[in-house]
Design a protein around this ligand. Structure first.
Ligand code: THU
Length: 146
C-alpha cells in the first residue's frame, strides 16, 4: 500500500508527524556532535511518543532519538505495534536511522513505515524491512521455542 494510504488508515498525517519531530529536535542534548535529532513514533492504537538524542561526555553512551522515543513507549507500558516513525536531523539530507535504531524499531514495529527528513528536500520514506532486510526479530525467535 502507498505510504499515504497507510498514514490515513493509521490516523496520522506524514507532514504533521515530521513537523512534530522537527519541533521535538529543539530539545536534543547534542553538545558533542552538534547534530540534533528528534523522533516521533506512532503505535497502531494511536499513541505517540517523542524522543531526542541524548549524548554524554563518555561518548559511547549516546542514546539516539528513536531509541529515546521507544524507551518512553516501553516505559509507558504500550506494546501496540509501531506503525510509523518520523525522524528529523540537522542538515539538509534525510536523517535515516542508524543500524541500532533500525533494529530497535523492528523489535516493536516489524511493519513500520519510516519517514526520515532533514531541513530541505523530500523526506525519505521506507518500510523498516527495506531499511533492515532479513532482520532478526521476535517472530523469528518465537520459532525456536518449544
Ligand atoms: N542519531 C540519532 O539520534 N539517530 C540516528 O538514527 C542517527 C544518529 C544521533 C546520535 C548522535 O547523538 C548524533 O545523532 C550524531 O551521530
Amino acid at each position: 500500500m502507498r505510504s499515504e494510504g497507510r498514514a490515513a488508515d493509521a490516523g496520522y498525517d506524514e507532514a504533521e508527524l515530521l513537523r512534530r519531530a522537527r519541533e521535538v529536535r529543539e530539545r536534543a542534548y547534542a553538545p558533542y556532535s552538534g547534530f540534533r535529532v528528534g523522533a516521533v513514533v506512532v503505535t497502531e492504537d494511536g499513541h505517540r511518543f517523542e524522543g531526542v538524542n541524548v549524548e554524554n561526555a563518555s561518548y559511547r553512551m549516546t542514546t539516539c532519538a528513536e531509541q529515546s522515543a521507544i524507551a518512553t513507549m516501553a516505559t509507558a507500558g504500550v506494546r501496540s505495534p509501531i506503525v510509523a516513525v518520523a525522524v528529523v536531523g540537522d542538515g539538509d539530507d534525510p536523517c535515516t536511522p542508524c543500524g541500532a535504531c533500525r533494529q530497535t524499531v523492528f523489535e516493536f514495529g516489524p511493519d513500520a513505515v519510516v519517514y526520515a527528513s532533514g531541513d530541505a528536500g523530500r523526506p525519505l520514506i521506507a518500510t523498516i524491512t527495506e531499511l533492515l532486510p532479513h532482520g532478526f526479530g521476535p517472530r523469528r525467535l518465537a520459532q525456536g521455542q518449544g
